[in-house]
Design a protein around this ligand. Structure first.
Ligand SMILES: Nc1ncnc2c1ncn2[C@@H]1O[C@H](COP(=O)(O)OP(=O)(O)O)[C@@H](O)[C@H]1O
Ligand code: SF4
Ligand SMILES: [Mg+2]
Length: 324
């Protein structure tokens, strides 16, 4: 069997925000890896810690947040051990790039698109023909070269999103973190952006960490999916296995909540209740209050149990082997 090289390995990662309400455990002991040219989808409700996880991978957690434990290994190197200046010079944008949540609204309104792309290349001391590189970057994301001369307000939401993807890809990174890249776009444009990312993933041989609250969006792009709940990954599996055969009660509820075409909207299942407050002392299974299968043992924190293509953090699978 061919062993695929590990492109990204996150090990026991914890990221906390130190607020005056207490420690907010936004990422609380997360581990996963992607190999070869795999991509992963990170899915969960709002405030489950998805953006914090994405920001940690590119060492951009905002204060009062701090990575308090763990390793982030990219191509064999723990990027958390690198100095800030080396990381900024050699890794950020060149090896790992990010499309932050809402990035298309933070394009600088007073500069033309070409100036914003050129600035990024100059900052990273990229030499060569700027004009050609900019035209190529725009072409890669399906935009006409005339977009280079426009200001952000002259572009539609879909076009702005393509521009921020072009910026992220400008220095040909190995790994792209895309945080809710289609939020605020209409359904048709959402599909176009997802198709674009799928095409780029194949053409550029790039790994993608796709973050979304919408599980229905990512089956085509993600080879595996990690389901996040209250700062933890509660199930990780290949996309097909997770979507066809979800194991964790939370994953099952998320999949049930996907609206089906022609569905009677009164019958769409929503998940009752709210996730726990991440600033409070959390004991036992974090889904306990909302889980239809909760048992006494669930008052103890469930370990990770092995399943066919990954792991699940739920006592229902206690007869399976522990996942390492
Ligand atoms: N700058 C911050 N200061 C304090 N708490 C934060 C900050 N950013 C995020 N959080 C908290 O961390 C948790 C996870 O947030 P986030 O990573 O944005 O989740 P998601 O992307 O899944 O919506 C939330 O409880 C949120 O309130
Ligand atoms: S550990 Fe218990 S409460 Fe948690 S998801 Fe599994 S069955 Fe439900
Ligand atoms: Mg987010």
């Amino acid at each position: 069997m061919r062993v695929l090289d590990t492109r990204l390995k996150v090990e026991n990662l914890r990221v906390y925000y130190f607020t005056n309400r207490g420690k907010v455990r936004a990422v609380d002991d997360i581990s996963f890896e992607i190999n070869g040219n795999e991509s992963i989808g990170i899915v969960g409700e709002s405030a489950s810690g998805k953006s914090t996880l994405g920001a940690a991978i590119i060492r951009s957690v905002n204060p009062p947040g701090r990575i308090v434990q763990g390793k982030i290994i990219v191509n064999g190197k723990n990027v958390l051990e690198l100095t800030e200046s080396y990381f900024n010079r050699e890794i950020r944008w060149k090896k790992i790039a990010v499309v932050f949540q809402g990035a298309m609204n933070s394009l600088d309104p007073v500069y033309r698109i070409s100036d914003q792309l050129q600035e990024l290349m100059q900052e990273h001391k990229i030499k060569g023909d700027f004009e050609q590189s900019i035209y190529q970057a725009l072409k890669d994301v399906g935009l006409d070269r005339s977009v280079a001369n426009r200001y952000p307000h002259e572009l539609s939401g879909g076009m702005k999103q393509r521009v921020v993807i072009a910026m992220a890809l400008l220095l040909q990174p190995l790994l792209l973190i895309a945080d809710e890249p289609t939020t605020a776009l209409d359904v048709l444009v959402q599909a176009q952006i997802m198709n674009l990312l799928k095409k780029l993933k194949a053409e550029k041989n790039m790994n993608i960490v796709m973050i979304t609250h919408d599980i229905s969006l990512i089956s085509e792009i993600a080879d595996k999916i990690g389901i996040m709940y209250a700062g933890q990954i509660v199930e990780l599996s290949s996309s097909s296995e997770l979507l066809l055969n979800p194991k964790h009660p939370y994953t099952q509820a998320l999949i049930k909540a996907i609206p089906k075409i022609h569905a009677n909207y009164n019958k769409i299942h929503s998940i009752k209740g709210n996730p726990p407050d991440l600033a409070s002392e959390l004991k036992g299974c974090r889904f306990y209050e909302r889980c239809p299968h909760a048992m006494d043992v669930c008052l103890h924190d469930p370990p990770l149990f092995k399943i066919k293509t990954g792991y699940v953090k739920c006592w229902l699978y206690k007869d399976s082997d522990p996942a390492e």
